[in-house]
Design a protein. Structure first.
Length: 112
C-alpha cells in the first residue's frame, strides 16, 4: 500500500528471505497488488509458496470480488493449479446490503 514500509511483493519476499524464520509468511493483497503492480497470476505463481494469506476485493472500487476488472474465477483456479493451501480472505466495502452482497460466495462455494 502506498506510504507503507513494504510496497511490493518483491520487497516482502526479500524481507522474508532476510529474516529466514520458518513461521513467517507473506500476505498477498490482490486488490493493492493489482493497483500497484498488476500481473497477479505471475506473482501468485512466484510468491504463493511463501504466502499464508491471500486477500481479495473488487478492483477498482474495493467492492465484492465478483465486480471490477480482476477475473477472480481465473485466479481461484490458478491458486488451485499451483497448489496454494493458505487462507483466502476478504476485505471489501459491500456495494449494498451485506447479506445480498455475499451472493458471489454462494456461487463460489458450489465450485468443485
Amino acid at each position: 500500500m502506498p506510504g507503507f514500509y513494504l510496497t511490493t511483493q518483491a520487497q516482502a519476499y526479500a524481507t522474508l528471505q532476510e529474516v529466514g524464520a520458518e513461521n513467517l509468511k507473506m500476505q498477498m493483497d490482490l486488490y493493492h497488488m493489482q493497483i500497484m503492480e498488476g500481473d497477479l497470476a505471475v506473482k501468485l505463481s512466484k510468491y504463493a509458496p511463501h504466502c499464508g494469506h491471500v486477500q481479495i476485493a473488487g478492483v477498482p472500487k474495493r467492492n465484492e470480488p465478483d465486480t471490477g476488472e480482476v477475473n477472480f474465477d481465473y485466479l481461484y483456479d490458478h491458486l488451485d493449479q499451483i497448489g496454494y493451501r493458505g487462507w483466502v480472505g476478504c476485505e471489501y466495502r459491500p456495494a449494498g446490503n451485506t447479506v445480498e452482497g455475499l451472493a458471489w460466495f454462494n456461487e463460489l462455494s458450489g465450485r468443485e
